[in-house]
Structures are given as structure tokens and as C-alpha cells.
Design a protein around this ligand. Structure first.
Ligand code: ADP
Length: 645
């Protein structure tokens, strides 16, 4: 706190010089020095030091005499007494004269500096406290008032964001408007959209206002605020009854604005007889409260809208026949609709938050939701209930930020229809085979029965080709029927390399006819698969034959095989016509052919269904990647054989 003026009164010149010039000046004080009490008294009177440090024993006037003399003149500067020896008598006198501190010689200069600091601090604190109590009190009162106002605003703010009962919130807003502005009456009017009128939503501080009050927007003060979207202030004017339906002297109206539209008016009024007047910040307070009210109304509207949507969604989820299960990222149940509860015997909402595997004891469901299942945004599998009596087609989607959602549709009747259809196809195709064989036999007989003219030969050739194509179709239908029915379940450890070589060798002629390059890359020492060699050959044959068929002359076809993490991965790649993205999901369906294939290439649309059937019967997966004009790659993954299979 250096910079204050100190008066040092000390008769010992050496000590005086040392203390004044080295210790006190060195600490930054403005130092006056006197050699005895009389000189000290003069300097103290004339120069009014902030603190006096005086030796007690001095010739003539002692330190305490000097302080006594100053007191008599009405001066009470802080005073530090230095004395050679302390006595009880001296201490009592020093205390009576209000000496701030005293030091006994010899003392450490630091002790003196600390004493000065302490005494000055006390002195200033006392001075400030003495001088400003009234202003402080008033300022304090004002601050308390402001704090109360802020508390009220914060409380309203919290209600606005936390409470959805609009009537309660808006009534509190009007009450706060009255409290904060010291108004006599507060009103909140809202625009009634159908009629375009303003109606009273909440009011306080008055019973004068008719609770059924309605004002036209076009012709009222409040309506003016709605139309201009600007506040209206009328202060201390003559008695009025300007379309408010009651008398007032002061009035402040502010608009409630939501998305640039004024939806209401918050008002504070004083009556003609009122003794209070509005303060300058009334308008700010009301504007802030109007903003709060607008937010509350908007919140309530949004809440009502989202509640309505939630209700609709709940009804849909409750009434749908599809079973729906939602889990979080840790596979704990978040939601289970009534259809799912019935299907899997789940107690919901009691099971909410519990691990799915603990609630639903069904391996296929556990697998569907399991993290280890092949990734991808969506997974599908069939789930059997009651030992196959009911079959659900389950589609699982990963929903970011939520977890997993499974929608399961009952396809029992579709499965039954499929079975009936397959039986039918098998029977019919079987019954077709015999007559076709007979037709082919008779054609052969016609050829042998005598020379045919050119036209007859052409007709016979066409009949032969058509019958062969019908026979091919029947053959494929029969094959598919067998595969789908799950016949030929026998499995044996099979090496894929010889199967691939055989198929490729048998088709090489076909590709050479189109001058295509048919390349095969087969590493040795690959694991085997547990499979049916005949069906595996058929699978490969269909893929390579398609590649040759749908690749133009001089194209390139590659057959690759490698092992990957417990699977054998087979790829058949061509640089042919490719498959449009919109067709890709359907090419494994029965009889599905792309438009380009229908127009330009012979075929039945059954080859890939057979392939898929075989892959699935071997617990594998198949998919296609293709680009129109660049070619296609069919990938088949088959689990590798392990002796425990
Ligand atoms: P198809 O008898 O018509 O060849 P598939 O079931 O084998 O019947 O194939 C279904 C459809 O998939 C074909 O009609 C064709 O449109 C398309 N397709 C299959 N393989 C290929 C391929 N390698 N390149 C282009 N399109 C293909």
C-alpha cells in the first residue's frame, strides 16, 4: 500500500536517518522526519501525515504527549509508538490514547514495515466504513431488489422450459409482470385465429376486467400492438378508456412474437387513482416476460404436436400384426410391441432395460441380434416358432444412436403356399418329361422315315430346339424343386479345386467359340467344404455358363478361389454386359431376368435360383457386384469343412 505519507519522530539521529531514508523510503513511503516531539507536532498539524511513528522517550515532548496534544486538537491519526522499554503503565496510557501499535527497541525493520501495513489497512477500512454506510445501504437495497427481480425472471425462465401446463406458466408470467413492474394490473391477451379477435387468457391484480373480454385486432390498443409488432407505452395521461373497456392512467403493452408473427399481448396497467408510476425499465421487463410467454406457447404447441405424433406411432406399433423389438447398443430391450410380446412370451414393460438374451430364449432371435452376425445395415432371417408351426420373416436394421430394430412378419401362409407351389411344379414337371421324351423320339423317327424337303427339315429343327428348351426348363424346375425340398442332404468332405477344373474344362469350348479368355486361379492346399459334389458342380456350372453367355466375344472370365477366416471364397468375374442396380436385388428370384437378357439371350431365369438354393443348402452366402457395361462378379462363401461337422 506504499505511497502514503508517514511522519517519523525520533531524536536518535542515526536511527532516524536509517529508518527514514533506508527502511521507509525504501518501501516506497513518502517520509517526513522530525527530531523531537515539538517539531513532530508542527509537521503533523501542517502536513497531515497518514501515519505517525514516534519514539516515546524524547527530550521535551514525549511521543505520547505529542499524540495527546494532537487528540486535543481533534486529530486522530494512526500512531505507532516506539519505546526502549515497555512498562505496564506505558502500555495502559498508550491504549487509552488509542495507539495503533507499538514496538520495543531494538526491533527488526521488517516488523516495523509489517506494523505500518497493518495499521494503515485498518485505518483505511475504518475510514471507508465510516464514510459510506448510507450509500452502501441504499445500493445494497437496490441490489437486493435487482436480485429479486432476476430471481423472478430466472424462476419464470425455468418454468417456461420445464413446465408444460400453459395456463399455469402464463398466469405466473402475468403475476411476475405485475410484481416486477409494480403495476396494479396485468393482462395477457392471445389472438384467436378463427375469429381474428384478442381474448383474455390470463390476468391478475384486478377484478375489473371482464374474463370474457374480447377485443377486435383492427380497432383496439392491444390490436395495434399485434398489427405493428411494436410495444405501446402510455404514461400519466388523462383518464382514458380507449378501447380497453376500462379506465387506466399508465399502460405498457408488448407483443408476444413467435416466428415473426405476433400471437398475443402482455400488458401492465395502473388505474386512474394509482399512486405508483412505471419505472424506466418496465418496458424491458415486460418484453423479456413476453419473450418467455411466447417460448412457453411455442413449446406447448410443439409438445402437443409431438404428443399427437407419438400417440399415432404408439397406435401403429400397438395394433400392427408385425412383431417389433428394439434394443439399445448393448442389446438391452428398449421396446417390444404387443405382437412381439405374444410371439416370444415377453412381459413388457417389465423386461425393459434387460438383456434380450435373458428375456427371449430363442436361438434364432439371439443370432439375429448378435454382434458377430455378418455386418451390414440390414440383416434378414427366418425365425421358426412352435417347432415350425409359425414362421416369421425377420428384418433387423441397425439404427444409429438407438441400437437394433427387428421387424418380424408372419409368413407362415406364404411358406405354405410356396410349398404347395413347389409340390405342384415338381409334379407337373415330372409329368411333362415323359411326353417330351416321346416327342423327341417321334422327331427322330420322322427324320429316319424318309427324305424330308428343306422346309420340312427346318420345321423339324425348330420343333427339336423348342422341345429341348422346354425339356431344359422342366429339368431346371425339377432340380429346383429337389433343392428346395431339401433332398440330397448327403454331405462329404469335398475339395473344390477338382470340381472347378472339371466344370471349366467342360465349358471351355463354349467360351472359345466366343473367343473369350477363361482364366482359372486355384491355390493348392485349401481346406475342403462339407458338400454335395454334384450340386457344387451344378452351382459352378450355372455361374460360369452365365458369365460366358452374358459376356461379348473376346471378353474375359475369371474363376478365383481362396480361403478366408473359416470360409472358402469363390469368385466368378466377367467383363460382360453387367446388371443394372435396380435388378440386382431380384436376379436370384425364380424366373427373374433383366430386360436386356430377355431381349438378347436365351434363358429360363432359373439358373441363379438354383445356385442360391445350393449355396443356402450348404450354409453359405452369395452376392453380386456389378456395373452395367463393365461386368459382374458373383461371390460365393462356403464354410470350410472341419472334422467335427
Ligand atoms: P438366365 O437363364 O436368364 O440366365 P439366371 O437365373 O441364371 O437366368 O439369371 C438371371 C438373370 O440374371 C439373367 O437373366 C441375367 O439378366 C442376369 N445375369 C445372370 N448372370 C449374369 C452375368 N454374368 N452378367 C450379366 N447378367 C447376368
Amino acid at each position: 500500500m506504499a505511497g502514503e505519507r508517514l511522519l517519523l519522530v525520533e531524536d536518535a539521529s542515526e536511527l532516524r536517518h536509517f529508518l527514514a531514508e533506508t527502511v521507509l523510503a525504501g518501501a516506497g513511503y513518502d517520509v517526513l522526519a522530525a527530531a523531537d516531539g515539538a517539531e513532530g507536532l508542527t509537521l503533523a498539524r501542517d502536513l497531515l501525515p497518514d501515519l505517525i511513528i514516534a519514539d516515546h522517550q524524547m527530550p521535551g515532548l514525549s511521543g505520547l504527549d505529542m499524540l495527546d496534544a494532537l487528540h486535543k486538537e481533534g486529530m486522530t491519526p494512526p500512531f505507532i509508538l516506539i519505546t526502549a522499554e515497555g512498562s505496564e503503565q506505558l502500555a495502559v496510557r498508550a491504549l487509552r490514547l488509542g495507539v495503533s501499535d507499538y514496538l520495543i527497541k531494538p526491533f527488526d525493520p521488517d516488523d516495523l514495515l509489517q506494523a505500518i501495513e497493518r495499521v494503515l489497512t485498518e485505518h483505511w477500512t475504518r475510514k471507508i466504513t465510516e464514510q459510506v454506510p448510507i450509500q452502501l445501504y441504499e445500493a445494497n437495497l437496490q441490489l437486493e431488489g435487482r436480485l429479486h427481480e432476476l430471481d423472478t425472471l430466472v424462476e419464470i425462465g425455468k418454468r417456461v422450459t420445464g413446465q408444460l401446463d400453459l395456463q399455469q406458466v402464463l398466469t405466473r408470467v402475468v403475476e411476475a409482470a405485475v410484481t416486477l413492474t409494480h403495476a396494479e394490473e396485468g393482462t395477457l391477451l392471445l389472438v384467436d385465429h378463427p375469429t381474428g379477435e384478442l381474448y383474455l387468457y390470463a390476468s391478475t391484480g384486478t377484478d375489473r376486467i371482464d374474463q370474457t373480454l374480447r377485443l377486435p385486432v383492427s380497432d383496439s390498443l392491444a390490436g395495434q400492438v399485434i398489427q405493428t409488432q411494436r410495444p405501446l407505452v402510455i404514461m400519466g395521461e388523462d383518464l382514458r378508456k380507449i378501447k380497453t373497456h376500462y379506465f387506466f392512467r399508465d399502460l405498457v403493452y408488448v407483443p408476444l412474437v413467435v416466428k415473426n408473427e405476433a400471437i398475443g399481448v402482455l400488458g401492465a396497467t395502473n388505474r386512474e387513482s394509482s399512486t405508483t408510476t412505471f419505472e424506466p425499465h418496465t418496458l424491458q421487463f415486460l418484453s423479456l416476460l413476453a419473450d418467455f410467454a411466447a417460448i412457453a406457447i411455442e413449446n406447448a404447441r410443439l409438445y402437443a404436436a409431438s404428443e399427437k405424433e407419438r400417440e399415432t406411432l404408439n397406435t401403429v406399433l400397438r395394433d400392427t400384426e408385425d412383431a417389433i423389438i428394439v434394443t439399445d447398443q448393448h442389446n438391452r430391450i428398449l421396446f417390444c410391441n404387443p405382437a412381439a410380446c405374444r410371439a416370444f412370451d415377453v412381459n413388457y414393460p417389465q423386461s425393459r432395460g434387460r438383456p434380450l438374451a435373458k428375456v427371449i430364449n430363442h436361438q434364432e432371435v439371439t443370432e439375429l441380434f448378435s454382434k458377430e452376425a455378418p455386418s451390414g445395415r440390414s440383416r434378414r432371417r427366418e425365425i421358426e416358432l412352435a417347432e415350425g408351426a409359425r414362421i416369421l420373416n425377420a428384418q433387423l436394421s441397425i439404427v444409429k444412436g438407438v441400437g437394433r430394430v427387428a421387424v418380424m412378419q408372419d409368413i407362415t401362409h406364404l411358406k405354405e403356399l410356396d410349398r404347395i407351389k413347389s409340390d405342384f411344379v415338381t409334379t407337373v414337371s415330372h409329368d411333362l418329361r415323359s411326353p417330351l421324351t416321346a416327342i423327341l423320339g417321334y422327331i427322330e423317327l420322322i427324320r429316319r422315315s424318309g427324305p424330308l424337303n428343306e422346309v420340312q427339315q427346318q420345321f423339324v429343327a425348330r420343333i427339336t430346339s423348342s422341345v429341348k428348351s422346354i425339356a431344359g426348363l422342366v429339368e431346371e424346375l425339377l432340380e429346383l424343386g429337389k433343392i428346395e425340398a431339401g433332398f440330397d442332404q448327403e454331405r462329404e468332405p469335398t475339395l473344390l479345386q477338382p470340381v472347378i477344373r472339371q466344370v471349366v474344362d467342360s465349358l471351355r469350348q463354349l467360351s472359345e467359340a466366343k473367343q473369350q479368355k477363361l482364366e482359372v486361379r486355384l491355390p493348392e492346399n485349401l481346406p475342403m467344404v462339407s458338400g454335395n459334389p454334384l450340386r457344387l458342380r451344378q452351382l459352378l456350372n450355372n455361374l460360369v455358363e452365365n458369365a460366358i453367355k452374358y459376356t461379348p466375344e473376346k471378353g474375359q472370365i475369371r474363376v478365383l478361389l481362396h480361403a478366408d477366416n473359416g470360409f472358402l471364397v469363390l469368385r466368378v468375374t466377367d467383363n460382360g454386359i453387367g446388371i443394372p442396380p435396380q435388378d440386382q436385388p431380384f436376379i436370384f428370384d425364380k424366373f427373374y431376368r433383366t430386360n436386356e437378357a430377355i431381349d438378347r439371350f436365351p434363358g429360363t431365369g432359373l439358373g441363379l435360383s438354383i445356385v442360391k438354393g445350393i449355396v443356402e443348402a450348404h450354409n453359405g452366402r452369395i452376392w453380386v457386384e456389378s456395373q452395367v457395361g463393365s461386368g459382374s462378379t458373383f461371390t460365393v462363401m462356403l464354410p470350410s469343412y472341419s472334422p467335427d461337422d
